[in-house]
Design a protein around this ligand. Structure first.
Ligand code: ASP
Ligand code: MG
Length: 411
């Protein structure tokens, strides 16, 4: 008898019919003899609607109350799914994140899981129940309800799989797996049967929307094999797990893009010891998630520092920088909402020179200007104008042969 964690995203539980279809699937898994822990997201666009509602009563909703509001979405799904399961004569019990023993830090809106005290879940499983847990939430060390950040139900699922020693963690969604590019932008994108944790981390960090970044970090750190698949077709999808030594890594596995970030440039910064430390400590203290950072050498003793960050954090970052400018002796700062990032990801890049050169040539041919560049050992990212990004993705997907099955072998 195996223990399976099955997570269902918002589109998978969007309406009563979908919830009954999920209940059928869970019931079938249970009847095969497996123990099942289900993690659910809020129905459809519920979380977005709740955020909109909050914005109508407050210009900057208090973090604690925002979390209290948003966690209601997942509560609705978990209770409805249990009702549907009980109708199928499958005993089922729902738990909020707090009841499930998911203990987090106190950062409202993007709390980190510190510990999972899963004894209530193991007791409920031992009593023969399907356990249904509200995703995306926990309880802080100060005993307040917290949320784990957008897409956080994936993290709940992986964390529970790790804590319970589950045999599989299945993430059901509205796509059939992880693709070489977003199929809405590149219609001939291909599904990848297997992606390594490292590649998936870089994909999730650069706009690949299938799995939330935190959940992939958690999966890698705890060696949880994740199977991403569709709750509409139920066919096998993409496995995210340790790289298979026997397989030769494709040079490029995918092209991702991200339009959710903005860019901040601090201009005329004196080239002195400790400036970057002060800027980024102040941002970190406000829990601003800084991503790419670029600072050039200074010839004349002053330089510019640019960084990217989620658009949602721009307001907060602007306030921080504004109060620092005078102290730093900088001349000013500038916010840019019109950027996007395009990234090439592939483990085989480590051993193949020339990938960056080809990427820049392709972008040049398309007339796409590169504003910032950053790399890791398996990724190259370029910041470009947002209205050029789809063209860039299509051209790169083509140039690296991702559609035709050669999977990223340079032509
Ligand atoms: N409902 C939350 C969101 O929309 C969490 C999740 O779906 O994973 O971000
Ligand atoms: Mg999701």
């Amino acid at each position: 008898m195996a223990l399976v964690v099955q997570k269902f995203g918002g589109t998978s539980v969007a309406d009563p019919d979908r919830i009954r279809a999920v209940a059928d699937h869970v019931a079938r898994t249970r009847r095969q003899g497996d123990d099942v822990v289900v993690v659910v997201s809020a129905m459809g666009k519920t979380t977005d609607e709740l955020i909109r509602l909050a914005a109508e009563v407050s210009s900057s909703p208090a973090g604690r109350e925002m979390d209290m509001l948003l966690t209601a979405g997942e509560r609705i799904s978990m209770a409805l799914l249990c009702m549907a399961l009980i109708d199928l004569e499958v005993p089922a019990v729902s738990f909020t994140g707090s009841q499930a023993g998911i203990v987090t830090d106190t950062t409202h809106g993007k709390a980190k899981i510190l510990e999972v005290r899963a004894h209530r879940l193991t007791e409920a499983l031992a009593a023969g129940n399907v356990v249904v847990v509200a995703g995306f939430q926990g309880v802080s060390t100060a005993l307040d309800v917290t949320t784990l950040g957008r897409g956080g139900s994936d993290t709940t699922a992986v964390a529970l799989a790790a804590a319970l020693g589950a045999d599989a963690c299945e993430i059901y969604t509205d796509v059939t797996g992880v693709y070489t590019a977003d199929p809405r932008v590149v219609p001939n994108a291909r599904r990848l049967p297997l992606v390594s944790y490292e590649e998936m981390l870089d994909m999730a960090a650069t706009g690949g929307k299938v799995l939330a970044l935190r959940s992939v970090e958690f999966a890698r750190n705890h060696s949880v094999a994740v199977h991403v698949r569709s709750s509409f077709t139920w066919e096998p999808g993409t496995w995210v797990r340790e790289e298979d030594e026997s397989m030769e890594a494709a040079i490029i596995s995918g092209v991702t893009h991200d339009t959710a970030e903005a860019k901040v440039t601090i201009t005329g910064v004196p080239d002195q010891v400790g400036i970057a430390a002060r800027v980024f400590r102040a941002l970190a203290d406000e829990a601003v998630n800084v991503d790419m950072i670029v600072q050039n050498v200074s010839k004349s003793g002053i330089t510019d520092i640019s960084f990217t960050l989620p658009k949602d954090d721009l307001k907060k970052a602007g306030k921080v920088i504004e109060t620092l400018i005078g102290d730093l002796g900088a001349t000013g700062f500038d916010e840019d909402n019109g950027i996007a990032r395009v990234s090439l990801i592939g483990a085989g890049m480590k051993t193949h020179p020339g990938v960056a050169a080809t990427m820049f040539e392709v972008l040049a041919r398309e007339g796409v200007n590169i504003e910032m560049i950053s790399t890791s050992s398996i990724r190259i990212s370029c910041v470009v104008r947002a209205d050029h990004v789809e063209r860039a993705v299509q051209a790169l997907h083509d140039a690296f042969g991702l559609a035709d099955g050669t999977l990223g072998m340079l032509a």
